[in-house]
Design a protein around this ligand. Sequence first.
Ligand code: SF4
Length: 451
Amino acid sequence: MIILHGFIAVYEILMSTNLSDVQEQAVTGRESSAPCSAIPELTPREYYRLPWSLTDNGISWLEVTDACNLACEGCYRPHEENHKSLEQIAEELEVFKRHRKSDCMSLAGGDPLVHPQIVEIVRMVREGGWKPVINTNGLALGPKLLKKLKDAGVAGFTFHIDTTQIRSDSEANEEKGHNPLRTKFAKMLAAEGDITCSFNQTVSVETLDQVKDTVTWAQQYPDIVHTVVFILFRSPGLIGDYEYYANGNKVSLDDNYDDSAWGGSNLLQAKHIVAKIREVDPDFEPSAYLSGTVNPDSTKWLIAARVASKDQGFGYVGPKFMEYVQHLHHMFKGTWLSYSSPKMTGRGRLTTALFSLVDSSMRAVGKRFFGSIRKSQSSIRDRLHLQAFTIIQPVDMLTDGRMDMCDGCPDMTVHEGELYWSCRLEEIKRYGCFVHAVPRGRKEPLQPTIN
Ligand code: SF4
């Protein structure tokens, strides 16, 4: 299952221009009296820049099949029954071993659970020294298969569940309608024990307001929902005025991608998601990021980690916490950390106590926790959990035709012995090279419009 970490790379950039008041209102859904400043101007340098790089990263991305049991809006993979053999997978793992350290290996597709040898693949990945994390729509997952995958060494799941899908197991047409299904998977993993549970959701301008429902739902389950990822929708319908070239020839991207009403007509940035989350959680504060390869002000991956008991949140960790955790993990385990285990995320009290020494945000979290104990003695028994919220802003196209990719891309994959951005692999498969965009004329960045 590959969803929208981007696609064949054709996007308009909106990075440098502020939205007008009215446009901001259209994007956020706030009343017109809401000030424009409701949309925060994110300043990446205030956050910890994750040290992930091409050769040493938290994550790598192994695609095991293009086959899938669902069709999602914006998915750019042909759903062919082309399961990779175990020999091919062993070869690709060798390429990763040679070129790139990583803590986790995301198993992706298509949907990796439709690969008939997925259990063996998970075992191979674990034996190779990575934490296997399966990216799936979950349709093929039941307790029996989960048990087998756990025995083989699976470390986590990232469930893609959202309204881009027409699902037989959840017929919701709004994000909150899928929450019972999300809860079902979280509880299934919790019952098996010690498996990280993440959810990702594609967000377009049409579904932006529904981010609040997903956040509110997830915050009820900090013990079993460890990460929520919002991935900003990109589609050819949102691009500017460009021509595309591959191998010296003009090419059309229309064959690959359909426009989608679901995707709306405006491009979102990470800050719009931040604004939405703050409507339901005013304390929401990111602490770590990956920048763009071209635009130093872009936050391509933006991560916030919340400290919460089952009953209440106590705030968000700060950049120093993120920095120490990454470096301690690298010092003792040799890799940059990604997908912490539930055992680790469930040690929020110890973590808060230790990191209060170095992180002022953690000190604030500690104070709030002690304040809650003063109010209610029973809080002293509450377990604290770390719950992450990640916003991914895939490829952006600049007005001069350059592509702003995620610097230190965690989703590099292998194709014919080489490492490529997984979001642009179709270009390589189709043309043998990346597509280059040439603007027909330099224009002001396209801005969201009001409907
Ligand atoms: S550059 Fe990497 S992390 Fe960013 S959207 Fe593409 S594949 Fe995903």
